[in-house]
Structures are given as structure tokens and as C-alpha cells.
Design a binder for this molecule. Structure first.
Ligand code: M6R
Length: 607
């Protein structure tokens, strides 16, 4: 997945293009490029690596031009080299692309057989060749695009410019997002509204199969049958201000520390504390008939779903199926008509989750979406939209979005339980009270930051780290391991504590830190027994528990992290903090790029 932007401006556009790319860097950051038209001809600069490399190149060799397209890449086909960086130019067309052209090999073979040669290994260059071939056959740019789009299988968002046409941008989308921005005597294309925010708030979201022709004066949108269509223009409300780190060293650190505030602001929409009631943002949505919930998500959002499974089954007694999105469709799940499918996503654009959502829609499911980006594709396709008000999450490692997801899911579980007649008014009041305590408990957990920073060297030198937990703490173990892996590059695994003895315990020796997540509660003793099995084999234990738990089981641990006493319902939110902080400080100790770790992107818009 990648970020794309195109501008038809009144004056030189390169600075605006690069500023737009900075807002899209969350979509990929392994190379970047920009192309403009100057005196009817293409002018291009591209650079391997972070966007700063391109900015440095442009500072030495500026690029004029009132029309331009630009791209920040997350490599799919071909290594992140300058040759593979977009925009690609073939003959009289240049284009940028987000997505994957699944039939690119077949198309490339067809083009190669005609003697065409390629300057990159990308699937994107194949599209440029197809369009160039139509232009060479004498077709206009628009007729060429029309001829090529039906030949592309897979997912794409494209922005194109044509030599000699400095008042025309063409865009197209299928399976990858693309928005049109409407300005004053200027018009824009972008992967999202955020990229265009400083220039315009007026946004038209293209629908699947749409393609669009822009000039400075007008915008013509067509559907996949090439019929002219109108798409609603909305005011995005996305801030034009560049999001900054405040006085924090990294976005991730800032986002970890924002959690008490954003969880409180998220819960505001779901709790009526004075009445002791939970409330859905769409009150008329009836949950009484729900017999089964199918949860689908990826990565950290999937782990939030795993925690929710415990809550939905415990409080509402509704069975839950849960899958990672990339597996869901391909196992041919049995979905009962009228069932509820629940999708969880920070970005609302994750391709696997979005594809699963559309599959469930086609199978007659009601679609509920827990999502952080309110203008995202998933938000727009939901029957029941459950927003997390975490604000923009910039660090690739998800932190505040996760705890906000948990807050929404806990409130949703209580709603479901009430609707199913499984929860008394007293129990509901109790849940509301405990959820309202979450922000203060998160603050108390954050107070352990310095202590966790001091223990980071105990983990930073390890090759492998294990995380153990039981019940809802098992997904927290998975989440802890994912956080550590993605930003510190240390191999880490999360295990259900009781599963260790069935194999993974063979990995234990005195070089392996084992992080045990074990708040006091009904499962504590059992988790501690598993912890002792690890300790007996030389494993170096870091115990995360409350005061009572540490007093009972902290002896022999190389370190302990004491969390505040809190109700089991909010423990997953609170215990997220130490695993996030530990991963963060270990990554800082190792000197990795915390906010933009290698090989990753914030939003994964390819399957
Ligand atoms: O935007 P989404 O929540 O759909 O993203 C899902 C995963 O890609 C995401 O949670 C990923 O695992 C994070 N980098 C984890 O920190």
C-alpha cells in the first residue's frame, strides 16, 4: 500500500505535493517520488528511503510546474529502490499507483512479447505501458484510460498525467481508496482527505470502479460502466494543522500518554454515568435478535477482538466467532442470515478487513464497525458505526487506538447483554462505574514509565522474548509480543500460559525473558503455576501484576511492574500500558526507528 496525491494548481505545486506526502507517510515510507509537467514535458525526482531523502533532492534540484503527482511507497513488487519508486513514466503518460495489479505477470508477458522493455520490477509500470500503448495507437488520454481499466485485476488507486496536457489529471479506483478534493480554481486527488486537508476540506469519495477526469475548472466522474455519475461532496472536517509530537520524543510515546484522555473522550459517547447506563451512538439499532457475533480484524485490532470475545460471551452469553481477516473469507465461514458481523480497525482501510466486511455484506450480515478514522471506507460502509475517538494515530505501532477499541467493545458487550436480557440494571450500573474508572487507572499505570524505562536493558539484549497470560490476558500477551516485535525487531511470542507445557517450554533457558501478565483474580493462581514451571527451567521472569499479585508471586522475578488495583473489566486497558511502554523503551534502547519501523506501514491497503 502506498500514498498518492495529485494537484492541478494555480502556481508551483511541488511543495504542496511533498507536504501531502508527509501526511500520507503512514501508508508507506520506503521510497518516494514526484513528477510535474514543465513546458509540456515531464520532470521527475525520486529517492529511495524516507521522504526526507526526496526533500533533500528537491532542495538541490527544485521542480517547478503547476500540475503534479506524487507517491510514497510501501513495496509490493520489486525492492524499495529508486528505479521502482513512482511516478513511472512510459512514453506520454506518467502515473502513481496504490494497490496490487494481480494479473500483472500476464500483462507484462503480453507487453514484453511486443518488444516493450521495463525500467522497474513493479506491477505499476505495466499499467503505464498499457496506457502508453493505447496513446501510441492514436487514442486520446481519456479513451486510453477507458480501454485499460477493464484489463486490470486486483486493487488499485491511480493518478495519471499526460505529456502536453497541463490541465488534466485522471484518477481511478477499485479496491483502494481515492478521493477528489475541490478547490478554488484548483482541484486535487489523494489517497485520503488528510493528505488534502491544508488545501481543501471539500471532498468527494470515489466509489468502487469509479474513474475521474479533473481540470482546474471542473471534475467529471464516471462509474465502471463509463456512465457519468455524481458523488456527494462532503466537508471532511480533518484538521489542516500538521500533527506534531508535542514535547514527546516519538509519536508512539505521545500516543501512549494520551490514553487516559482519549479513552475518556471515547467513553463519553457510550456511557450515561448519571443514569448508570450504556448507550449506543445509534440507539435505534436493535441488538435483541443477535444470536451470534462474527468478529474480524487484523493485528492489534484483532487482539482487541479476542478480548471482546471473552466479554460478549461472559456478559451477553452470545457465541462469538473470531478470525484474522486474511483467513476469514478463504475458510468459507458459515454465516447465518441476519447475523451480526463486527469489524475492528484503526484506519478503516485495511484491505483484508474491508474485503471481509464486503463478503459479510454480500452474505446478508448486519455490519458493525469499530473504527478510529470516521471518514474511512469501513466507517462509510457500516450499518452500526462505533467510533473510537482516539484522534489521529501516527506511530505505526497501535497504542491509543487499541485501548479505545477495548473501551468501545466493553460498552458494546454491556449493550448486547442488556438487549439480550442477560444483565440487570444493577450489573449495568456496576459496569458503567468501572468503565468510568478506566482513565484514572490508565493514569496510574503511566506513572510507572520511568521504572519501565530502567528495566528496558533487561530485555533489549535478548534474542527471544515470551509473553504469557490467561483468559483476557492471553490476547494481551499476544499484543505485548506484537508491540515488541514490530518496533524493536526482537523475536517475541505470546502464549496462553497453560499452553507453554505443551511445547514452547522447550525454548526456555536463562537467556529468555518471560513477561507474565497476571493481575489478581480467578486465574491468577493457575498463571503463577505456569510461571513457576518457566522459572524452574531458568526463564527470567518479569511479572506484571497488582500489589497483591506481586506480594504473592514476585519473589524470584528479575523485575516486577505494579499496576493499580482495578476491576477485571478494565484490566486489559490498564495492562496494555506496561506492555506498550516496555516495547517502546526497549526500541529506544536499541535505537530503532520507533514511529516508522522497517518493512511496515501504518495502514495496510493490500491483501
Ligand atoms: O488499521 P487497522 O487497525 O485495521 O490495522 C490493523 C493492523 O495492521 C495493525 O493493528 C498493526 O498490526 C499495527 N501495526 C500493530 O501495532
Amino acid at each position: 500500500m502506498c500514498g498518492i496525491i495529485g494537484i492541478l494548481g494555480k502556481s508551483d505545486v511541488t511543495d504542496q505535493l511533498v507536504a501531502g506526502l508527509r501526511r500520507l507517510e503512514y501508508r508507506g515510507y520506503d521510497s518516494a517520488g514526484v513528477c510535474t509537467i514543465v513546458d509540456g514535458a515531464f520532470q521527475r525526482r525520486r529517492a529511495e528511503g524516507k521522504l526526507d531523502n526526496l526533500a533533500k533532492k528537491l532542495a538541490l534540484d527544485p521542480l517547478p510546474g503547476r500540475i503534479g503527482i506524487a507517491h510514497t511507497r510501501w513495496a509490493t513488487h520489486g525492492a524499495p529502490t529508486e528505479d521502482n519508486a513512482h511516478p513511472h513514466i512510459v512514453g506520454d503518460v506518467t502515473l502513481v499507483h496504490n494497490g496490487i495489479i494481480e494479473n500483472f505477470k500476464e500483462l507484462r508477458d503480453e507487453l514484453s512479447a511486443e518488444g516493450r522493455t521495463f525500467a522497474s520490477q513493479t506491477d505499476t509500470e505495466v499499467v503505464a505501458h498499457l496506457v502508453a500503448r493505447e496513446l501510441e495507437r492514436g487514442k486520446s488520454p481519456i479513451e486510453s484510460v477507458k480501454a485499460v481499466l477493464p484489463r486490470l485485476h486486483g486493487a488499485f488507486a491511480l493518478a495519471m498525467m499526460f505529456k502536453g496536457h497541463d490541465n488534466m489529471l485522471v484518477g481511478a479506483r477499485l479496491g483502494a481508496p481515492l478521493v477528489v478534493g475541490i478547490g478554488e480554481g484548483e482541484n486535487y486527488l489523494g489517497s485520503d482527505a488528510l493528505a488534502l486537508a491544508p488545501m481543501t476540506q471539500k471532498i468527494a469519495y470515489l466509489e468502487e470502479g469509479d474513474w475521474v477526469v479533473l481540470s482546474r475548472e471542473k471534475i467529471d466522474i464516471f462509474d465502471r460502466e463509463n456512465a457519468p455519475v455524481t458523488r456527494e461532496v462532503t466537508l471532511s472536517g480533518v484538521s489542516g494543522a500538521m500533527i506534531d509530537k508535542g514535547n514527546h520524543r516519538h509519536f508512539m510515546q505521545k500516543e501512549i500518554f494520551e490514553q487516559p484522555v482519549v479513552v475518556a473522550q471515547t467513553l463519553q459517547a457510550y456511557l450515561k454515568p448519571l443514569e448508570g447506563k450504556v448507550a449506543l451512538p445509534i440507539p435505534e439499532f436493535d441488538l435483541a435478535e443477535v444470536k451470534r457475533v462474527t468478529i474480524v480484524a487484523c493485528g492489534t485490532s484483532y487482539y482487541a477482538g479476542l478480548v471482546a470475545k471473552y466479554w460478549f460471551e461472559k456478559f451477553a452469553r452470545v457465541p462469538v466467532d473470531i478470525d484474522v481477516a486474511s483467513e476469514f473469507r478463504y475458510r468459507e465461514p458459515v454465516l447465518e442470515a441476519g447475523g451480526l458481523a463486527l469489524f475492528i480497525s484503526q484506519s478503516g482501510e485495511t484491505a483484508d478487513t474491508l474485503a471481509a466486511l464486503r463478503h459479510c455484506r454480500a452474505e446478508g450480515q448486519k455490519i458493525a464497525v469499530v473504527v478510529n478514522v470516521p471518514t474511512s471506507s469501513m466507517a462509510r460502509e457500516a450499518d452500526l458505526l462505533l467510533p473510537t475517538n482516539a484522534g489521529p494515530e501516527i506511530g505505526v505501532a497501535s497504542t491509543k487506538a487499541f485501548t479505545c477499541q477495548l473501551a468501545v467493545l466493553a460498552a458494546f458487550a454491556a449493550n448486547l447483554a442488556r438487549a439480550k436480557g442477560k444483565m440487570t440494571a444493577e450489573e449495568e450500573r456496576d459496569i458503567v462505574q468501572h468503565l468510568a474508572e478506566a482513565p484514572a487507572a490508565l493514569n496510574a499505570a503511566l506513572a510507572h514509565d520511568e521504572e519501565i524505562e530502567k528495566m528496558a536493558p533487561l530485555v533489549a539484549g535478548a534474542r527471544d522474548v515470551l509473553y504469557l497470560g490467561r483468559g483476557p490476558d492471553y490476547p494481551m500477551a499476544l499484543e505485548g509480543a506484537l508491540k515488541l516485535k514490530e518496533i524493536s525487531y526482537i523475536h517475541a511470542e505470546g502464549y496462553a500460559a497453560g499452553e507453554m507445557k505443551h511445547g514452547p517450554i522447550a525454548l526456555i533457558d536463562d537467556s529468555v525473558p518471560v513477561i507474565v501478565i497476571a493481575p489478581s483474580g480467578p486465574l491468577f493462581e493457575k498463571t503463577v503455576s505456569n510461571m513457576q514451571e518457566v522459572a524452574a527451567r531458568g526463564g527470567r521472569i518479569v511479572l506484571i501484576s497488582d500489589a497483591a499479585g506481586i506480594a504473592k508471586a514476585g519473589d524470584g522475578a528479575i523485575a516486577t511492574i505494579e499496576m493499580p488495583d482495578c476491576h477485571p473489566l478494565i484490566q486489559p486497558l490498564v495492562y496494555a500500558v506496561p506492555v506498550q511502554l516496555l516495547a517502546y523503551h526497549v526500541a529506544v534502547a536499541k535505537g530503532t526507528d520507533v514511529d516508522q519501523p522497517r518493512n511496515l506501514a501504518k495502514s495496510v491497503t493490500v491483501e
